[in-house]
Design a protein around this ligand. Structure first.
Ligand SMILES: CC(C)(COP(=O)(O)OP(=O)(O)OC[C@H]1O[C@@H](n2cnc3c(N)ncnc32)[C@H](O)[C@@H]1OP(=O)(O)O)[C@@H](O)C(=O)NCCC(=O)NCCS
Length: 212
């Protein structure tokens, strides 16, 4: 695997500046979930802020056996990494959990780390109640678009070997397995779990899209 290069040869920070205005998704869009029985939602991407972390943490701890801590999110925001929320207006009668001051539904979020000509996906999570409706693919498509717009050629990520839904998602989105990191993740009871390293060639993926 090509290592991430957060600094250039002289040791200077070489991270592209994250500008939320460059996010490629429409400011607001009506999207039909892939599950036919679900009504369409008015969705929007918004940058994750410190003030969102209570809600993010609530989703995170429901979604993972080994969730990120608040500190992980805090450090990512401080580092200026792209961190986006996927929000929706509540549907009529929908109980919004976790509650947000603006009453909107937090469908999911992702955090990425830009490198030189590559972007490393650090976290992608869909709230348990909203899984299997296509939101993760929607977020990954948006991340791929944004990454291309930043001049990146590759998307990288690690995923737990035993995380079948996530591995299915990445394969569905065209990622290929390129390696394994032995014992990369804690797995409780002093155990470790391997990470599968996956990458997506954004140039090849874009070319394939245009010939489709
Ligand atoms: C992995 C995760 C992000 C998928 O989100 P999602 O919105 O439910 O995924 P989508 O509905 O966009 O599904 C896209 C594809 O992923 C795969 N997939 C998603 N959930 C799956 C599951 N439970 N079992 C098998 N494959 C699954 C399928 O290939 C699916 O395509 P299909 O519906 O056409 O078969 C979500 O399950 C999640 O947040 N899990 C907990 C956090 C996590 O593991 N994040 C990844 C860390 S590396």
């Amino acid at each position: 695997m090509t290592p991430l290069t957060p600094t250039d040869a002289a040791g200077n920070a070489a991270l592209p500046t994250w500008t939320s205005g460059l996010w490629p998704a429409p400011a607001e869009a009506l999207v039909q979930p892939r599950t036919a029985s679900r009504p369409e939602r008015r969705i929007v991407f918004e940058p994750m802020l410190e003030s969102d972390l209570d809600a993010v943490q609530a989703v995170e701890s429901q979604a993972y056996a080994h969730p990120w801590s608040r500190r992980h999110f805090h450090d990512s925001l401080r580092a200026g990494y792209p961190a986006m929320l996927l929000l929706s207006e509540a549907l009529p009668g929908e109980v919004v959990h976790p509650a947000r001051a603006d009453g909107r539904v937090l469908l999911g979020y992702m955090v990425a780390m830009p490198g030189v000509e590559e972007v490393h996906l650090l976290n992608i999570t869909v709230a348990v109640a909203h899984q299997r409706q296509g939101w993760a693919r929607f977020m990954l498509d948006a991340l791929a678009l944004w990454s291309r717009g930043q001049g990146a050629q590759w998307l990288w990520l690690e995923v737990r070997q035993g995380n079948a839904p996530a591995r299915g998602l990445y394969e569905r989105c065209g990622f290929a397995q390129v390696g394994v990191r032995k014992g990369y993740y804690p797995a409780g009871h002093f155990q470790r779990e391997d990470a599968v390293v996956m990458s997506l060639n954004l140039v090849v993926a874009a070319a394939a899209e245009t010939t489709r």
